[in-house]
Ligand binder design. Sequence first.
Ligand code: FAQ
Length: 317
Amino acid sequence: METAQSTLPKEEMLLAKFEEKTAAGEAIEPRDWMPEAYRKHLIRQMSQHAHSEVIGMQPEGNWVTRAPSLRARQILLAKIQDEGGHGLYLYSAAETLGITRDEMIQQLHSGKAKYSNIFNYPSLTWADIGAIGWLVDGAAIVNQVSLQRTSYAPYSRAMVRICKEESFHQRQGYEIMATMMKGTAEQREMAQDAMNRWWWPSLMMFGPHDTDSPHSADAFRWKIKRHTNDELRQKFIDKTVQQAELIGLTVPDKDLRWNEAKQGYDYGKIDWEEFNRVINGHGPCNKQRLSHHIRVHNEGAWVREAAEAYKQKQKNN
Ligand code: FAQ
């Protein structure tokens, strides 16, 4: 029997089926038909996510040799390696959409692809390592828990695995902050200073307010996003303010107030001019982060060539 759909031209029929599937919350696998705009949207988001994980290794890498104990150094090293691993899952998941790793890296190096605003700030003291784990991984988890149910199955599967590791990262950061807050006056000051510098950029990680988020409409229609930028930001604030209070840190926002009616905190104005400056290449460390990535990528060319030669040799045997 002919259905209404089967009378449509092929492309429209495929699109109608795709929209029906995503609306019903079904997952899309790499071999399923998908509209070009969905594919492009995911390549943009997933490659930017992968780049963030890898560039995010730099501010933490700055402290490996200066960690205050062997235990702290081991934990930090393990965390940084995890972030590299997250980058790899995400690049592999993005490759299922028909783009190569090389192309994604080229887009990063040319400035076409962004990475998270947060990694363009310097890590000045050991307390910054605490703040990155607690606040940055904390913000990343809130966003990524929501992405576990994203419609593109390889992305969703990568998120499930990544979230398990991120919660360990968040706890190690909080442990550093809690330890410093139990220390000397100087250590407490250092922890508060890190909190002051990382708080606002962490709130920016969730992206612009919903009314200024150009990609959100498509992201919701196709169930790439399940929660809005503002919903996730609010969730992060509500849980983090209480953690800060517990260890005696002050949130650097004079407008922060508990709102009984919404059962959440009201918070001050985010400096979107700073956000735009940073994501468009003019933050404190953008040049350093990118030039370091380019240099190390070029230095590693021989490894990629050797791996390729080995693969060819195996094929010919
Ligand atoms: N930074 O329309 P929307 C981590 C751009 S992982 C830079 O709202 P969308 C782990 C956006 O790309 C952190 N750019 O966009 C770790 C777009 O520009 P475009 C990374 C941003 O995609 C911890 C424009 O603004 N996590 O930290 C940012 O619907 C410690 C308009 O924005 C992810 O990437 C930003 N924060 O929503 C590693 C999660 N926000 O592309 C090491 C996956 C927005 O047109 C150490 N991504 N922009 O040129 C997402 O969930 C989404 O992409 C959002 C943005 C929510 C980030």
